[in-house]
Write a protein that binds this ligand. Structure first.
Ligand SMILES: Nc1nc2c(c(=O)[nH]1)N[C@H]1C(S)=C(S)[C@@H](COP(=O)(O)O)O[C@H]1N2
Ligand SMILES: [Mo]
Length: 423
């Protein structure tokens, strides 16, 4: 045994050389069989020669400094200032279905409010028997539930509506996150307050400077909406509405009021006028699709993608992506490598949860030639993700909201990937 490493420097190197000489290396296939001249495995690395970091180094862990490239990113020209703006989830760098809290995209109309939870209140008023005011502690005394849901901004992929714009899946599809919420079902809160029969719509109001308000029909509120105080096991992040946010499973993100402070039961969509001017989809004939709340099934290949070019050359590879539907689950995703001539069924992996992101993979041998990659989601209602052309034929090009069309990536012989469209 040497002092610097318990396993002993010489012994270890001798073992590795012996193993390779003995033929173990030949069992490894594909890109992995390069051990013979690889110093990274044959030499003892610096981190094996010294003690690691102690348990007293950080009370709240951060990713390895080598993962510094995994971060939310704004697009500077998109908005005039950072307070009424958006940044994008680095979905090209993530795996599985859960978005880590620190990289959930942010969309604020007046910046992220910094709230003292002890001074935060949730009020219920309007068409109720009893007007109520809850502290955060009061909310924790009501029955709570855990659910994984995606939140997608209505404008996600909006810039791509007229044609390819942004060269990165983070920017074309990154206005989305998927976390496990802990919260109280709204039906419990409204039962406490005693909703009157005339109550048909519920207005939600945020405590940020924007004082954002949205109206949600009573049936949806009573069905599955939550007031959430935790995400992925810990308190909500400030950016996501700490200490309390509304969760509206499967519906467009703009309605999920953050920094939630008031709930008013009414008999009409209180905010209807502004909503129809802001959150409607203008059709070619000048009419507008109104109340397009549910996010339709959508999918995208996250790797390879423009920010994730193929660096390993031809041979075995893994293609992966995300699929989701505001109407349910995703039992199936198809993948094509040749712009839709041949479709293959992708391998769904990980939990298949209602109104949550789903992860798919497709493993194949790349021949080193050009590819046109696409994915196509099927949800459990039988709905199939449309092409962008099919969507435009239906809705024209006036509205940039609700673009759930099929995305195409062109892969060159050099492995570089570009955002393109084919028709
Ligand atoms: N109070 C308040 N709630 C809000 C917003 C806001 O600006 N203020 N933005 C909305 C929009 S448009 C979206 S897409 C989602 C974004 O949620 P996130 O920041 O957790 O990604 O929050 C919604 N809720
Ligand atoms: Mo949004």
């Amino acid at each position: 045994m040497t002092k610097d490493h318990p396993a002993g420097k010489t012994t270890r190197r001798a073992f590795m050389r012996g193993a390779v000489a003995g033929g173990v290396g030949t069992l490894v296939t594909g890109g992995a069989a390069k051990a013979a001249g690889d110093a990274a495995i044959l030499e003892v690395q610096p981190w094996s020669r010294e003690l690691g970091v102690g348990v007293d180094a950080s009370g709240y862990g951060m990713p390895s400094p080598h993962e510094a490239g995994v971060h939310r990113t704004p697009v500077d020209w998109l908005t005039a200032d950072p307070f009424a703006s958006i940044n994008f989830t680095p979905i090209h760098k993530l795996d599985g279905i859960i978005t880590p809290n620190g990289v959930c995209f942010e969309r604020h109309h007046s910046g992220a409010a910094q709230i003292d939870p002890a001074a935060h209140r949730l009020m219920i008023n309007g068409l109720v028997e009893r007007e109520l005011v809850f502290t955060m502690d009061d909310l924790r005394r009501l029955p709570r539930e855990n659910h994984v849901y995606f939140l997608e901004c209505t404008a996600n992929s909006g810039m791509e509506w007229r044609g390819p714009q942004l060269n990165g899946v983070q920017f074309t599809h990154g206005m989305i996150h998927n976390v496990m919420y802990t919260g109280v079902p709204l039906r419990h809160l409204l039962a406490e307050a005693g909703v009157k029969l005339s109550g048909k719509w519920v207005l939600f109001e945020g405590a940020d400077a924007a004082g954002l308000t949205r109206s949600v029909p009573m049936e949806k509120v009573m069905d599955d909406c939550l007031v959430a105080f935790a995400m992925n096991g810990e308190a909500l992040r400030v950016e996501q509405g700490y200490p309390l946010r509304l969760v509206i499973p499967g519906w467009e993100g703009n309605m999920w009021i953050k920094w939630l402070r008031r709930i008013e039961v009414g008999d009409a969509p209180w905010h209807a006028k502004e909503e129809t001017s802001k959150y409607t989809d203008l059709m070619p004939d000048g009419r507008a699709r109104r109340f397009t709340w549910v996010m339709d099934a959508k999918s995208v290949i996250t790797s390879p993608s423009p920010q994730m070019p193929i660096r390993h050359g031809k041979g075995r590879m893994v293609l992966t992506g995300l699929a989701w539907s505001g109407r349910g689950t995703i039992p199936r995703v198809d993948v094509t490598l040749d712009g839709g001539k041949n479709w293959h069924m992708a391998r769904m992996d990980g939990p298949s949860l209602d109104k949550s992101l789903h992860r798919f993979y497709y493993e194949f041998d790349w021949d080193g030639g050009e590819m046109l990659l696409q994915s196509r989601a099927h949800d459990n209602t039988g709905y199939v993700q449309p092409t962008k052309d099919a969507l435009r034929a239906l809705r024209g090009v006036n509205s940039t909201y609700h673009n759930n069309g099929i995305q195409t990536w062109h892969v060159g012989r050099d492995g570089e990937v570009e955002n393109v469209e084919i028709s």
